[in-house]
Design a protein around this ligand. Structure first.
Ligand code: N2P
Length: 373
């Protein structure tokens, strides 16, 4: 009886194997005209997908997330159904090491030639040979302010030498609480910025360093009025926030949008003297992506000079596309908070490889900060 059951199971497994094999062989030749794309929220131009669909006939299912932690949890669980996901380079490294990603087929990506060799060599430090990642946009974590509100609220206190002091130094944060102080809402944004401020290495594994971060964050926690990765832009624009930790492009967008409001607010993204915390957001293909060919067609489309430039023009983050530079609106290409100078780039810390250990330390420290305990 047991034996018959076993044989039956074996037959079923083999049958499933044959069906599966046939299905994927067909897929390789003629892929269904679908692409499932998982991106950061507020991180695409209005016509990026529409133009791609019109040209290729590939229907894009678009889905968004607000933190690297959410994306990572999905990839770990597997079978996401996504073909392209947007992973910051340090996370993508850990995901590639964990076998969660599929190497690129560069023969399907001729437009890789458009990417700045200097930036490609920077990325190659986490992705040797640029095997898994194609850069979408890059930017840095920094501080943005409502110039008039901050000036009025600080009164006779002068602006600090280093912009990070506005949110990490309790003597400034305590004053600014009355006009609103906000932080990003994830360990992987707040902890690296805090380590950077304390001049500690972003990849530290020392408990004492995390204790120092905890102590510093606890001192400013009473003055933080908002912890959100999505709400700060509109709150800066309508004047309900005067200082915010945020991503360079989002802060620049808040500035642009604020000038269009009836009640104009003067928003300014700052470049901290000690540097921002730089990130590269890269398109990667999950190991079990169902539409691998379409994923490559999409990535190659993004690397067209006009398409990459349109992302920058809308989102105000830098792109790595050299021939695309001439399609970037001059005031954007010349804005040093969008395309920082070499010296400013060199002053920045770069988010390096993430590891399960760093995640655990970061998440513990952040939870403590967020709950205010
Ligand atoms: C835009 C998301 C920025 C991505 N809202 C930060 N890595």
């Amino acid at each position: 009886m047991e034996l018959i059951k076993k044989i039956k199971t074996m037959l079923a497994v083999t049958a499933f194997g044959i069906v599966f094999f046939t299905a994927s062989a067909v897929n390789a030749q003629q892929e269904e005209k679908v692409l499932n794309f998982y991106n950061w929220s507020d991180y695409i131009a209005p016509d990026t997908i529409a133009n791609f669909e019109k040209e290729t006939g590939i229907k894009v299912n678009y889905d968004v997330f607000d933190s690297s932690e959410i994306l990572h949890a999905k990839l770990m669980a597997g079978r996401t159904g996504y073909d392209v996901v947007m992973s910051s380079s340090g996370w993508a490294r850990m995901q590639a090491d964990g076998g969660l990603l599929r190497p690129l087929d560069k023969s399907l990506l001729p437009n890789l030639k458009n990417l700045d060799p200097l930036l490609q060599s920077q990325i190659a430090k986490v992705d040797p040979d640029n095997k898994f990642m194609v850069t979408w946009l890059w930017g840095y974590i920094t501080v943005g302010i409502n110039v008039d509100l901050v000036k009025r609220t600080l009164g006779s206190t002068p602006m600090p030498d280093d912009a990070w002091d506005l949110i990490f130094n309790p003597s400034y944060a305590a004053k600014l609480k009355s006009c609103g102080v906000s932080f990003l809402d994830s360990p992987s944004e707040v902890i690296p910025a805090a380590l950077h401020y304390l001049h500690l290495p972003l990849n530290t594994t020392k408990q004492a360093d995390y204790d120092a971060v905890s102590t510093m964050l606890a001192a400013v926690r009473p003055y933080v009025t908002l912890i959100s990765s999505t709400g700060y832009m509109s709150n800066l624009e309508d004047g309900s926030l005067c200082v915010s930790m945020g991503w360079s492009g989002d802060l620049n967008r808040a500035q642009r949008q604020a000038t269009m409001m009836v009640n104009k607010q003067n928003i300014k993204p700052l470049m901290p003297k000690s540097g921002g915390v730089m990130f590269f957001d890269t398109m990667v293909i999950p190991k079990d992506a169902p539409h691998v060919k379409n994923a490559h067609i999409f990535m190659n489309y993004i690397m067209r000079p006009e398409v990459h430039a349109a992302l920058t023009n809308k989102l105000l983050y830098a792109n790595p596309n050299l021939p695309g530079r001439k399609f970037v609106t001059p005031s954007i290409a010349n804005n040093p908070t969008i395309f920082p100078s070499e010296a400013e780039i060199l002053a920045m810390d770069v988010q390096g490889k993430v590891s399960p250990f760093l995640l655990r330390m970061g998440s513990r420290t952040f939870t403590k900060f967020k709950s205010g305990l």
